[in-house]
Design a protein around this ligand. Structure first.
Ligand code: FES
Length: 100
C-alpha cells in the first residue's frame, strides 16, 4: 500500500511509485486515477516514461499500448497484460493497493 497526493498527479504525465516493492505506474485522467505495473510486459521499459492518451498508455521503447483500466495489451509487440492495482481516493489522498 502506498499513498500520494491527488494534486501531485498531472494530467497526461504518469508517475512511478512503488507498492510493496513493486514499481507501479500511476496515471490521472480527469478525476480518475489508474495504477498498473510500471514494467512493460514486452521488455524492461518503465511505462511511467510513456505517453497517456484517452485511457491508454504507450510504451516509449517499442510503442505497445495498454488499457489503463484493465491492463490489457492493445497493440504489438506486447501480448501479455499488465497487473492492475486498486486505487482508493479520499479527497486529496490517493492510496494504491495490490489486488492480492
Ligand atoms: S518494452 Fe514496451 S513495447 Fe517493448
Amino acid at each position: 500500500m502506498t499513498s500520494l497526493s491527488f494534486d501531485s498527479l498531472q494530467q497526461g504525465k504518469p508517475t512511478r511509485i512503488e507498492v510493496d516493492g513493486v514499481p507501479v505506474c500511476v496515471a490521472r485522467i480527469g478525476d480518475e486515477v489508474f495504477a498498473v505495473a510500471d514494467t512493460c510486459s514486452h521488455s524492461e521499459a518503465s511505462l511511467s516514461e510513456g505517453d497517456v492518451a484517452d485511457f491508454k498508455i504507450e510504451c516509449w521503447l517499442h510503442g505497445a499500448e495498454f488499457d489503463l483500466r484493465t491492463g490489457e495489451a492493445l497493440s504489438l509487440p506486447a501480448t501479455e497484460p499488465l497487473a492492475t492495482f486498486n486505487v482508493q481516493r479520499d479527497g486529496d489522498s490517493i492510496t494504491v493497493v495490490s489486488k492480492e
